[in-house]
Design a binder for this molecule. Structure first.
Ligand code: FES
Ligand SMILES: [Fe+2]
Length: 434
């Protein structure tokens, strides 16, 4: 790999990587895993209003029944396709607002008022339903082949009490993969987020934030059976290195290296369709509850969170140029003219080229894009496995009990030794972070 760049991805590979609708290879890959659908508190109580959500190009409805169980169905009623958003959530089922057909959380049709004998019909109507589960403050769904449903997810934030995490979900206006690639791109941090390293209350005043401000670093990426380690190494004081180790987990999850005793950030980049995605952030501290002050800052858009409207779209967005402040950009207050880490990322990711689907065939990649190149290659390999009938990686809970880390270590300690014990979930042991 020379200074003139490397690894050009073709238009065909770009199509494979970015298209996730029903019947596409990447769509089939992502459908092999449990994915986040909505926050659990969006359906807070039995028989509360149902919630519409688009996932992987499919329009769905999520509801919580009288017994507290969650269900994910086709948003449109199988009869004459009325939206179940207008349904009545009552007596252990969602009843269509048009002619009263009623469905339970497992997708059984339990009542057709105009056809009292329908249960005895030879050919009965059916409704599209996907398995759903409440875990880690999230309603998860599985949209893949029923006989291939994996065990429920065990990301660390699924294993801790509610007091240890803060969950946000927001709508982003571009293809899911360019979003995810922003989450595994170590070199943008000391540039795009330069000023937040010393101003954001969820980053600043940590040894890590100070070192992360150093733009010069060595990049590496290490293939694991669960995903990819995203490694950045900087020279630190006293003949040591500062290591930042992020994670990519199949098929659409990343973990950002933390700062000091702040919560670690787990991300999911879930396609809404091919031109928009759901950005999930779970801020989780495994060994202590989050403070009210931390929750307040997260809800105000600090850390990587963003303030959103009732449709979960950023208040700052492409239409208002993310409230750009050109004067602040000149005065060294903001690198790209935008404030807060989450909005800085959003602005960059949503405006890569003129199309909402970034054209990788037009890029000129360099050394610092190593981790992005590796993740694309691993995704293409996983997709091939799945297409050829082999299980893709990362389906087992052990492959989800993974952590990021940051630390300072003597320069003569090799990476595999540095990383040996710190990249897996350890109950009662804090995340390795400075
Ligand atoms: S369209 Fe839903 S019951 Fe007729
Ligand atoms: Fe970023």
């Amino acid at each position: 790999m020379g200074s003139s760049g490397f690894a050009v991805f073709s238009a065909e590979e770009n199509e494979l990587l970015t298209r996730t609708g029903p019947g596409t290879p990447m769509g089939r890959l992502i459908r092999r895993y449990w994915i986040p659908a909505i926050r659990a508190d969006e359906v807070p109580a039995p028989d509360c209003p149902p919630v519409r959500v688009r996932l992987l190009g499919e329009d769905l409805i999520v509801f919580r029944d009288t017994r507290g169980r969650v269900g994910v169905l086709d948003q449109f009623c199988p009869h004459r396709r009325a939206s179940l958003f207008f349904g009545r959530n009552e007596e252990c089922g969602l009843r269509c607002g048009y002619h009263g057909w009623k469905f339970d959380v497992d997708g059984n049709i339990v009542d057709i008022p105009s056809e009292p004998d329908f249960q005895s019909w030879k050919v009965k109507p059916t409704v599209k339903a996907y398995p759903a589960i409440d875990r880690g403050g999230i309603v998860w769904t599985y949209m893949g082949p029923p006989d291939k449903k994996p065990a429920p997810p065990e990301y660390e934030y699924c294993l801790v009490g509610d007091a240890h995490r803060y969950v946000s979900r927001r709508w982003e206006d571009c293809n899911w993969l360019q979003g995810l690639e922003g989450g595994i791109d170590p070199v943008h941090v000391p540039f795009l987020h330069k000023y937040e390293l010393s101003s954001d209350p969820l980053h600043r005043d940590t040894v890590g934030a100070e070192y992360t401000g150093i733009a010069h670093m060595m990049f590496d990426s290490v293939e694991r059976d669960y995903g990819v380690n995203i490694v950045a190494r900087r020279d630190a004081a006293d003949d040591s290195y500062y290591w930042r180790i992020g994670q990519f987990l199949y098929p659409c999850f990343t973990m950002a290296p933390p700062y000091g005793d702040n919560a670690m950030g787990s991300n999911a980049w879930v396609p809404r369709d091919d031109e928009s995605f759901w950005r999930w952030i779970v801020s989780c501290h495994p060994t202590r509850p989050l403070t009210n002050a931390e929750r307040g800052m997260m809800s105000e858009g600090k850390g990587t969170h963003v303030r959103v409207d009732e449709n979960l779209r950023g208040l700052a967005n492409r239409d208002n140029d993310y409230f750009i402040d050109r004067e602040g950009q000149k005065q060294e207050k903001t690198f790209n003219g935008i404030y807060t880490v989450g909005l800085q990322d959003k602005a960059m990711q949503e405006n890569q080229g003129a199309s909402p689907i970034h054209r990788r065939q037009d890029e000129q990649l360099v050394n610092s894009d190593k981790s992005i190149v590796m993740v694309r290659k691993r995704l293409l390999a996983a997709l091939r496995d799945n297409e050829e009938g082999r299980d893709p990686p990362g389906l087992t809970p052990a492959h989800q009990r993974i952590r990021p880390a940051t630390l300072v270590e003597r320069r003569d300690v090799p990476f595999e030794t540095v990383a040996r014990h710190i990249l897996h979930t350890r109950e009662g042991v804090p995340v390795t972070s400075i």
